[in-house]
Design a protein around this ligand. Structure first.
Ligand code: GDP
Ligand code: ZN
Length: 318
């Protein structure tokens, strides 16, 4: 019999696959090996099976599952892998898939402690969009916000983002956030100290996560392994933990792609004269024109330019 299940944890060659409240200890079938392939002129390593994947397996005589098939992914979180000697050609970098089939990217920011940083927020948004993961902006510590902070809420609402304001300690709008992640697979992102663990503990008091269990981008060297895990925080509700991942540099976002991940910029791109326009200096750029007319806010345009600047253009070798 073939069983279909959800991969919740991987430890070296051991795969833990959940099907109807049962966890099966599985291995990959022999012909399933890590492979390298080219995608969009880039060398990628499909880490074959990652957490969040739905897989088919059959039990062997010893009661272990042998995985022989991965179901098609609706999306996946990936990053540029660290440079590995021998695996790269002329400085190009591999794509490392961390987790698949993610329903929500919950991007948590705070108005204060730490101070709100719109460029950091925009980076998380771009990562979510580049991975095709629906994102929601969660402003925690709304109890600390002053009047001026409304500016940012309005700005992101205007640009078509889903944004909710909450407080973990004052219990504001916690039910709203809960309804978003109930029975879904979500990943929490945000700078250290914005209250990710506090939020999770407030929503799921029985989970009793230690502060810091849900890793963030900025924490250095706390964990040693780099295997993501699905934590079942409540029946059929999963959080993705990506220990040791300091920073997710979105994979495959080229300078030409970037504008498409900024809602307010994207809509003007079709009107640029050149289809190679990066909206920085090119003539007849509809984006810059929109900016000069005040249709794109200065903060967003500068954030875009800043990110554009930081994208390393991989050498094309094909
Ligand atoms: P993480 O690093 O993102 O997981 O953040 P933590 O959950 O560890 O929270 C960092 C600090 O912010 C802790 O001292 C929390 O008590 C505090 N905190 C969390 N949520 C709120 C909130 O809604 N309002 C206020 N005022 N403080 C909060
Ligand atoms: Zn342009």
């Amino acid at each position: 019999v073939i069983i279909t299940g959800l991969v919740t944890k991987i430890e070296s060659i051991n795969y833990y696959v959940k099907c109807e409240d049962k966890i099966y200890h599985c291995f990959l079938k022999g012909n399933f090996k890590k492979k390298f392939e080219y995608k969009k002129n880039k060398l990628i390593t499909t880490d074959i099976v990652v957490v969040g994947d739905y897989v088919d397996f059959e039990l062997n005589k010893e009661g272990f599952g042998l995985i022989h098939k991965i179901h098609k992914r609706k999306n996946y979180l990936s990053r540029k892998a660290p440079r590995i000697k021998g695996a790269t050609i002329k400085g190009s970098r591999l794509e490392q898939v961390l987790a698949a089939n993610i329903d929500n990217a919950i991007i948590v920011m705070s108005p204060k402690t730490p101070q709100f940083n719109n460029r950091t927020l925009d980076r998380y948004i771009v990562t979510a969009k580049a991975c095709n993961i629906p994102e929601t902006i969660v402003i925690n510590k709304i109890d600390l916000a002053d009047e001026d902070f409304k500016y940012w809420i309005n700005l992101y609402q205007k640009t078509g983002h889903n944004i909710i304001t909450v407080s973990a300690t004052e219990n504001i709008n916690i039910d709203k956030l809960k309804s978003l992640i109930d029975k879904k697979v979500s990943v929490f992102w945000g700078p250290s100290g914005v209250g990710k663990s506090s939020l999770i503990n407030t929503i799921y008091p029985q989970a009793n996560l230690r502060v810091g269990d849900i890793s963030d981008y900025t924490t250095k060297g706390r964990h040693t392994t780099v295997t993501a895990q699905l934590i079942e925080i409540e029946k059929d509700t999963y959080l993705i933990d990506t220990p040791g991942i300091r920073e997710i540099e979105p994979f495959g976002v080229s300078q030409l792609d970037l504008g498409h991940y900024f809602n307010d910029i994207a809509k003007y791109i079709p009107d640029c004269k050149f289809n190679t326009c990066t909206h920085e200096h090119e003539p007849d750029c509809a984006v810059r024109e929109a900016f000069y007319k005040g249709k794109i806010s200065e903060e967003r345009y500068l954030s875009y330019l800043n990110m554009l600047d930081s994208i390393e253009e991989d050498i094309n070798y094909l």
